[in-house]
Design a protein around this ligand. Structure first.
Ligand code: ADP
Length: 494
């Protein structure tokens, strides 16, 4: 592979391109009109506008992206996460065009893309499953029967679900009627597939997932776990590796089970097998057939560059190390810096990064896709950055993260930084006991201390606003001078 197009934006596009560059591979960025001045566009060797800002007119335009690859002589597509990364039809179309899709086969994506078919696929490997319905449930008597068998509370989940959407918790039998109806219609409108199923709702549980790496030579390796129990709306905000609750024996057992989940669909590339953990037992939830947002914590503790491994596997190479050669070194934590207001139910808080200063130092990694002066577009996920630290042990990593958050300066939008600082200082978190109910059980918006100096922030914002205008002009001038934005090139490929 000599030239890779990254079919994504922001931090993940940049992160993938960095590994490509280290491997001597040329990079092509795609961008929507909203992302014209984004760092990933500037970083790439070539950049092409794929369309207007809404993702269904740009980053999801698979046919257009394949055309661009043909025009520019691209031989591999890295899809990042989100957008087209788990779209089997896109992966098929890419292969038909003679281009390498850096990811698993479309068949593996299809099996694991549906929670019910993934559970069916792993059966032969005796992977522990959460007690629940065998298949889809579409009427109340059926649901009541399962309810009798497994007991309440029960969670109704969409088989095609993702992103924590479309889940409903049922506490007792007479709540089924209403919730089942709603779950089916929500699943239909969100995923175009109304199949829902039931699982025992494990109220006090942890989310523990295993990173796997598999090649086309029959190697199925596990790169240990990430704990991702700090969630809001069933979606992760803080992740770490390793988890405080896994013993070496359990880690090995879970790792081997995860490798078998990958075997069940002949998986190739990097993937994540998600488990729910309660009372020393664990149960398979689903497999994500892509690079995860939180993959850096695994990279920090194992020293493996997961993107480089994905590319090598896609080139047909065997993984150059073995299971016995892998070990966990120290502890890593990631906090997701979202443009969200934790005091307002974590709703997105879109605006301009009037001040944006990142922390630095040994063991501190910031994966971001913005610069000071840029606006967070309303069209996409409001994540600004991932702040990742590596320490000798968990206490060291927590201390490092606290200092890094202190150093991070963002003015212009509300962020999850103060919330993450609150979590890191909480005894429930430092003890390692926390579960996925942490936010509901321990967080109240008023716990967030008011900004250290509101006046300072206001004055800083005024100064920043003046500087901003200048910055915007600079960005526009720089873009105009950059050959990537030449009108000739635009005419050629837009
Ligand atoms: P999605 O694909 O939408 O992300 P998952 O099945 O991966 O859905 O679950 C997301 C989160 O929802 C989990 O990390 C966990 O917090 C919660 N969850 C899912 N299933 C259960 C369950 N059976 N019991 C308790 N919590 C659950």
């Amino acid at each position: 592979m000599k030239k890779i197009l990254v079919a994504n934006r922001g931090e993940i596009a940049l992160r993938v391109m960095r590994s490509c560059r280290e491997m001597g591979i040329q990079t092509v960025a795609i961008y929507s009109e909203a992302d014209r001045f984004s760092p990933h566009v500037k970083f790439a060797d070539e950049a092409v506008c794929v369309g207007p800002s809404p993702s269904n007119q740009s980053y999801l335009k698979g046919d257009r992206i394949i055309e661009i690859c043909k025009e520019l002589g691209v031989d591999g597509i890295h899809p990042g996460y989100g957008f087209l990364s788990e779209n089997a039809d896109f992966a098929r179309a890419v292969a038909r065009a003679g281009i390498i899709f850096i990811g698993p086969s479309p068949e593996a994506m299809e099996i694991m893309g549906d929670k019910l078919s993934s559970k069916a696929a792993v059966k032969k490997y005796k992977i522990p499953l959460v007690p629940g319905s065998e298949g889809a449930i579409d009427n109340v008597p059926q649901a009541l029967k399962v309810g009798k068998e497994i007991g309440f509370p029960i969670i109704i989940k969409a088989s095609a679900g993702g992103g924590g959407k479309g889940m409903r918790i049922v506490e007792k039998a007479d709540e089924f009627e209403e919730n089942l109806k709603r779950a089916v219609s929500e699943a239909e409108s969100a995923f175009g597939d109304g199949s829902v199923f039931l699982e025992k709702y494990l109220r006090i549980s942890k989310h523990i997932e295993i990173q796997v790496l598999c090649d086309t030579h029959g190697n199925y390796l596990y790169l240990f776990e990430r704990e991702c129990s700090i969630q809001r709306r069933h979606q992760k905000v803080i992740e770490e590796a390793p988890s405080s609750v896994l013993t070496p024996e359990l880690r090995k057992k879970m790792g081997e089970h995860a490798a078998n989940v990958a075997r069940s669909c002949n998986y190739t590339g990097a993937g994540t097998v998600e488990f729910i953990y309660a009372d020393g037992e664990y149960y398979f939830l689903e497999m994500n057939t892509r690079l995860q947002v939180e993959h850096p914590v695994t990279e920090m503790v194992t020293g493996v560059d997961l993107v480089k491994e994905q590319i090598k596997i896609a080139r047909g190479e065997a993984i150059s190390f073995q299971q016995e050669g892998l070990a966990i070194n120290g502890h890593a934590i990631e906090v997701r810096v979202y443009a969200e207001d934790p005091a307002n139910n974590f709703l997105p808080d879109i605006g301009t990064l009037q001040v944006y200063k990142k922390p630095t130092g040994p063991g501190v990694r910031v994966d971001d896709g913005f610069e000071e002066g840029m606006s967070i577009p309303i069209y996409y996920d409001p994540m600004i950055a991932k702040l990742v630290v590596h320490g000798q042990n968990r206490a060291d990593a927590i201390a490092k993260m606290k200092k890094a958050i202190d150093e991070y300066r963002i003015i212009g939008v509300e962020t999850t930084l103060d919330f993450c600082q609150f979590v890191l200082a909480h005894e429930e978190f430092t003890s390692g006991r926390f579960n996925t109910g942490f936010v509901k059980d321990h967080f109240k918006p008023e716990y967030l201390t008011a900004p250290v100096s509101k006046e300072f922030e206001e004055i800083a914002a005024i100064i920043a606003a003046v500087a901003l205008q200048q910055k915007e002009n600079e960005l526009i001038n720089a873009a105009a001078a950059d050959k990537k934005f030449s009108p000739w090139k635009s005419r050629l490929i837009e």
